[in-house]
Design a protein around this ligand. Structure first.
Ligand code: PEP
Ligand code: MN
Length: 344
């Protein structure tokens, strides 16, 4: 059930609707929009009778939702969501570039990478302190010491921190030191972790699972939002297919599909999406051209010495070149209003 308020509805009208939802034993989610506020109802097992709401003051319409997802949908919020991450935004008028090494390794590596990211004008720094590695014997990350380095990067460069949490303990730690909680591909359907991240006040970057369909990705986002955290950013990072020339097959058609169905921003990760240094820039260009709101790019001061994902890491010089290319493309393809603002 989705309750659409009239444009001139009062805050007290919204409160009344929320009270009725609660009295029925359900949960109401208020999403204010540019022209009207909509309220999503969750927690109901079957359909809800619109008659409960139709005649309340300020209510324009009470609509049954036919899709399996509610809160991510454009029916609830027709305008795009702009997600605030630290002191910057994702999904707004600026292309979001989240760059940094795969894993935080040591102070010099982290700060050399951060220097390159800050110089490029990007607003977000990434780097894993908790690494989901295929082998239990591979480098697992610096843990809390790594998060402290990230907090130092934010202090020194003003970059906003995006970093992965693999479990509940990690969510708490990332919420303490970072600005955005990354849920990795391997955890996209870890439903208890999604719910836990939904209870925090930090935005969540949700990566598509290795073999997840669009619906599965959207429902994973719905898990987070159903707990009251509406600040979700989706990420296409490549899926498993029979093709073996790249680490994953980057599925760019998901970008317009996501924009058609949801108000959430989606970014593209051509680093994990391809696994090869020489493919990263071309696929970053393509991601921006199909309408991505941002990119994740792995950059390492010495890719040949990287402890994790060295084959896909860009050098600082390659990264700087990528940024200027994708910015030029973004200025061409972005919404006219944005292009106008940018060019003036
Ligand atoms: C990462 O961003 O370093 C990472 C492990 O990504 P994914 O979950 O997409 O594999
Ligand atoms: Mn990586």
């Amino acid at each position: 059930m989705l309750i659409v308020m009239k444009p001139d509805a009062l805050a007290s009208d919204v409160d009344k609707v929320l009270q009725v939802i609660e009295a029925l034993g359900f949960r109401g989610h208020t999403l204010p929009g540019e022209n009207r506020t909509a309220i999503g109802v969750t927690g109901n097992k079957g359909s809800v009778d619109p008659a409960h709401f139709e005649n309340l003051p300020g209510v324009a319409d009470a609509i049954r939702v036919t899709k399996p997802y509610k809160l991510i949908s454009k029916e609830l919020r027709p305008e795009k969501s702009v997600i605030t991450v630290g002191n910057a935004t994702i999904g707004g008028s600026e292309l979001a570039i989240i760059a940094g090494p795969c894993a935080l390794e040591n102070h010099d590596q982290v700060f050399a990478a951060a220097e390159a990211v800050a110089e490029s004008g990007a607003r977000f720094f990434r780097g894993g302190a908790f690494k989901p590695r295929t082998s239990p014997y591979a480098f697992q990350g610096l843990g809390i010491d790594g998060l402290k380095m990230l907090a130092d990067v934010r202090d020194q460069y003003g970059l906003n921190i995006v970093t992965e949490a693999m479990d509940e303990h990690g969510v708490d730690a990332v919420a303490e030191y970072g600005d955005c909680i990354q849920i990795g591909a391997r955890n996209m359907q870890n439903f208890s972790l999604l719910r836990y991240a939904g209870l925090t006040k930090k935005p969540v970057l949700l990566k598509r699972g290795l073999s997840a369909t669009l619906d599965e990705l959207l429902l994973a986002a719905e898990y987070i939002m159903a707990e009251g955290n509406y600040d979700v950013i989706l990420c296409e990072r490549g899926i498993r297919t029979f093709a073996d020339h790249a680490r994953n097959t980057i599925d760019l058609s998901i970008v317009p599909a996501v924009h058609r169905l949801t108000h959430l921003p989606i970014i593209v990760d051509p680093s994990h999406g391809t696994g090869h240094n020489y493919m990263v820039t071309p696929l970053a260009r393509a991601g921006v051209a199909v309408g991505a709101d941002g990119l994740i790019i792995e950059v390492h001061p010495k890719p040949e010495q990287a402890l994790c994902d060295g084959a896909q890491a860009l050098t600082p010089a390659q990264y700087a070149d990528l940024v200027s290319q994708v910015r030029a493309i973004y200025d061409l393809v972005a919404e006219p209003a944005h292009a106008f603002v940018e060019s003036n």
